[in-house]
Design a protein around this ligand. Structure first.
Ligand code: ADP
Ligand code: MG
Length: 242
């Protein structure tokens, strides 16, 4: 479990300023959902938290390690952060087992039998142990996303980032992925989740952050931000998605 502290985070792409001074924290074991319109900078924010994007300025501290310090061991820090994308990004030509063991073996240098037992343990967690020897194209989108979650968990992250993990799924497959995420939250994982699933945010999130135009407009418990928003921009967004 970890703590995330983001302060005065700015990110520009050329002359386009996408993040305009973001401040927030995620306490250890908390689930924070980030909501907001398309283009508001949600993905860029997540990508700055594991340095898939280099912030233009500001600080990102995870587990007490300042990721924006030029002397930081980025690979070591990033290893503690799991990320799940909208597109699952599994290797289609490798079995489920291999998808879940390959980074354990190559990055963490675990022994093969240990990789295998960690893979089993995490595939069981997402309800897909029986798919160990299947290939991703043989699985539904929801199953592939659950494999992607198992793959991330196999690296023993202290923080999990989710970027619209159910947005590419057929509606009937969304529930299984959300219940895996809900279980993970109950087990105490620290999670930062970009989502349009307001039911999930309302029930699982400790806090909901509403972003618009590269700033945080509203940050509070779901019963405030979703059920009783203070700002007109939040209300207008919620009218469109609820
Ligand atoms: P969201 O996830 O909220 O939809 P994004 O963070 O993906 O928003 O994008 C915010 C803005 O940043 C958009 O205008 C997008 O076009 C721009 N953007 C994102 N990534 C890049 C990039 N690598 N280069 C240039 N512009 C980018
Ligand atoms: Mg996005």
């Amino acid at each position: 479990m970890s703590t995330v502290e983001i302060s005065d985070l700015h990110k520009s792409f050329g002359r386009l300023e996408v993040l305009k001074g973001i401040d927030f924290t995620v306490e250890s074991g908390q689930v924070v959902c980030v909501i907001g319109p398309s283009g508001s900078g949600k993905s860029t924010l997540l990508r700055c938290v594991n340095l898939l994007e280099q912030p233009t300025s500001g600080k990102v501290i995870v587990d007490g390690v300042d990721l924006t310090d030029p002397d930081v061991d980025i690979d070591a820090a990033r290893r503690r952060i799991g990320m799940v994308f909208q597109q699952f990004n599994l290797f289609p030509h490798l079995t489920v087992r291999r998808n879940v063991t390959i980074a354990q073996e190559r990055v963490l240098k675990r022994r093969r039998d240990e990789c295998d037992s960690v893979a089993r343990e995490n595939l069981e967690k997402v309800g897909l142990l029986e798919k160990l020897d299947a290939y991703p194209p043989q699985l539904s989108g929801g199953q592939q996303q659950r494999v992607a979650i198992a793959r991330a968990l196999a690296m023993n992250p202290s923080l999990m980032l989710f970027d619209e993990p159910t947005s590419a799924l057929d509606p009937e497959l969304v529930g299984d992925v959300l219940s895996v995420m809900r279980q993970l939250a109950e087990d105490g994982m620290t999670m930062l989740v970009v989502t349009h699933e307001m039911g999930f945010a309302r029930e699982v999130a400790d806090r909901v952050v509403f972003m618009d135009g590269g700033v945080i407009v509203e940050d509070g418990p779901p019963e405030q931000v979703i059920a009783d928003p203070r700002h007109e921009r939040t209300r207008e967004f919620l009218r469109r998605v609820l």
